[in-house]
Design a protein around this ligand. Sequence first.
Ligand code: TXA
Ligand code: MG
Length: 341
Amino acid sequence: MNTRMIYEPDEESLKYAAKVIRDGGLVVFPTETVYGLGADALSSDAAEKIYKAKGRPSDNPLIITLPSVADVEKYAYPPKSFYKLSEKFLPGPLTCVVRKKSIIPDTVSAGLPTVAVRVPSNPIAQKLCALSGVPVAAPSANLSGKPSVTSLKSAIEDMYGRVDVIIDGGESEIGLESTIVSLDGDKAVLLRPGGITIEMLKEVIPDIEIGSSVKEEFIGRPSAPGMKYRHYAPDAPVYLLDGSDASVYEWITAKAEELAAEGKKVGVLCCDEDTPLLALPGSVSLGPRGDDGVQAHRLFECLRSFKEVDVIYGRLPEDSGLGLAVLNRLLKAAGFQIIKL
Ligand code: TXA
Ligand code: MG
């Protein structure tokens, strides 16, 4: 497929991209979280193209992206709690799962009675969605299983030749996907941590629950390694180390030497403060240890930067604020393989 690049998204070129969407094509576009792979959410055929371009299993539903909160009622039955949240957080990095109207095809919702709705704050995303005049089904623009796309370079790497248009939006501001909250049951449930933190959500909905899969991931911390959980994954296997600075430094340095003797290269994902690790040839810093915003912003690009290593070792981040979302993505990239020191 020929992919047209839009490097300077102005009114004219966005009108073109919007028409591609209306005509059933695929457009990669920037949002404040990660790049999205958009198609007409009212068309089953267009939605099917998304699954094919990503190599995504068709039982994993798509988010619909809308230009404004007022549009949500056209496609879904939002409860009162939706308006409470939207007043505070939308447009922005929050996605809500609500009852869908029948106009949204089963291909988009993967047969569920609900649909995930998102109103992004990124001006290019807003403009594109407004100009298309249809809800835009848009998962993250990565190949299924790979880290999400947060730069033009990664968008081209994964999607060039698979989509009709790629729009340059520079680096994604947040760098992690939106927070997802289900508003379909009696109580609101956090399904995926992201830019809007659980602490922020609790200010609006104090009795919000943490979804069982999220709980399992953070509180239960499954010790059984499970590659079936592997998402956001670079080519090499990832292991997370849980231990003091000194024990982690010693363990990784010894391991790197041991593997070097076998001709193997080690990748290390650490922070600016981890100077003994930064001295190793394959190390990449996520940023300052105390700055979860910078870590979120860089995470996926860092994971993608490990091109020629045999194994990657990382450290468990803090689990508060945005750190919870960073931890969530890292645990999945590692398939929950944690080495306790
Ligand atoms: O920030 C984001 O949300 C990005 C940008 C592009 O908007 N999109 C994104 O989409 O992350 P995706 O498809 O990569 O992740 C959406 C997640 C999936 O894990 C999917 O299972 C879940 O949302 N989801 C979608 N519809 C759902 C529904 N009706 N009920 C529960 N989960 C749903
Ligand atoms: Mg995704």
